[in-house]
Design a protein around this ligand. Structure first.
Ligand code: NAD
Length: 356
């Protein structure tokens, strides 16, 4: 029996997670043994308990084999002090659970090639994986703050920091992922300017000696940002630090043109993970049966693959998603003439029906 903690969160989170849960329940009817328990997170948890990550939610997440997460945030929470903001729940979960490796596939489905703003020949067949370090770098480095500046006024400052051990750990995940794909790993840094990146490049190169079967290349982040638009298919797996990965993975996701389609995984050292769509809580469409649930459903597939050792069930979900897209079903974000427009619930139901 595998234990899944379901944290729907805010905005469209509850709607899209409900569809992913019905897909998992449908697989249960086909013999998958799951124990699914739900808890509040983000603004919803703040409203209920004054804390975006209540202890009960953290305990549930810690005890689970995997976490299915919706999304958090909303304009009504923007003025809260930082520790009370919904996104703190996600940052704390990552830290508390040691979720240091963020995997983001960017895949262009043949049926959706026109959703991209890029020319079809540039992105058709695109299938790349961006691996972002998630618990270090300038987002967590100390000291940081805003202080009086020497010449008058104030100055803001942050610290970019990576230890050798942190770099080696994410590099190994990168090499292992590349080994399962086409054995090419591109490490992205800014070693021409940053000391942190210089160490990053040294350590990744050293770890590369353990993986002689994987071809390692290095690229500066500014060039990588450009190459992702110029010729994205040159990449297979990209490994990079927290801030560069934050930016590049969003860029890569937009190559596909469909923010509602992209799942993600954040893994610890033993393969336990938190799975979530890459998009946010979309307050502009929340509660209106408009959101695309496929990124969350595909996140559940990644969960089965990476944390629950159920490759077969993962493949079944992915095949079902392809089937409903091939049948022409589209939520509003992907709708175009000649396709059939459906709501969040109808899309979820179609995937469940396509599992058989
Ligand atoms: P967003 O991703 O929520 O929305 C961007 C645009 O994409 C919106 O127009 C939205 O309607 C659309 N969109 C997003 N997901 C969709 C889906 N599944 N189907 C159809 N359309 C979809 O980003 P934002 O508007 O910048 O942020 C809104 C809130 O979400 C903010 O409070 C932000 O902090 C939060 N956020 C949370 C996460 C997370 O929980 N991991 C990530 C990003 C943003």
């Amino acid at each position: 029996m595998k234990r899944i903690a379901v944290l729907p969160g805010d905005g469209i989170g509850p709607e899209i997670v409900a569809q992913a849960v019905s897909v998992l329940r449908a697989l249960e009817r086909h013999g998958l043994a799951l124990e699914i328990a739900e808890a509040p997170v983000g603004g919803t948890a703040y409203d209920a308990a004054g804390d975006p990550l209540p202890q009960r939610t953290l305990d549930l997440a810690k005890a689970a084999d995997a976490i299915l997460f919706g999304s958090v945030g909303g304009p009504q929470y923007d003025a809260l002090p930082r520790p009370k903001r919904p996104e703190q729940a996600l940052l704390r979960l990552r830290k508390e659970l040691g979720l240091f490796a963020n995997l983001r596939p960017a895949i262009v489905y043949p049926e959706l090639v026109n959703a991209s703003t890029m020319r079809p020949e540039c992105v058709s067949g695109l299938d790349i994986l961006i691996l972002r370090e998630l618990t270090g770098d300038i987002y967590f480095g100390e000291p940081r703050g805003i202080r009086p500046a020497e010449g008058g006024g104030r100055e803001g400052f942050d610290t970019m920091r990576y230890t050798e051990a942190e770099i080696a750990r994410i590099a190994r995940v990168g090499f292992l992922a590349a080994r399962k794909r086409s054995r090419r790993l591109c490490s992205v840094d800014k070693a021409n300017v940053l000391e942190t990146s210089q160490l990053w490049r040294e350590v990744v190169t050293a770890i590369g000696a353990e993986f002689p079967d994987v071809e390692l290349s290095h690229m500066y982040v500014d060039n990588a940002a450009m190459q992702l638009l110029r010729n994205p298919k040159q990449f297979d797996v990209i490994v990079t630090g927290n801030m560069f990965g934050d930016i590049l993975s969003d860029e890569a996701s937009m190559l596909t043109g469909s923010i509602g389609m992209l799942p993600s995984a954040s893994l610890d050292e033993r393969g336990k993970g938190l799975y979530e769509p890459i998009h946010g809580s979309a307050p502009d469409i929340a509660g209106r049966n408009l959101a695309n649930p496929l990124a969350t459903i595909l996140s559940a597939a990644m969960m089965l693959r990476y944390s629950l050792d159920s490759e077969g069930a993962a493949g079944r979900i992915e095949a079902a998603v392809r089937k409903v897209l091939a049948r022409g079903l589209r939520t509003a974000d992907l709708y175009e003439a000649g396709t059939q427009r459906v709501g969040t619930r109808e899309m979820g139901e179609a995937v469940v029906a396509a599992l058989d």
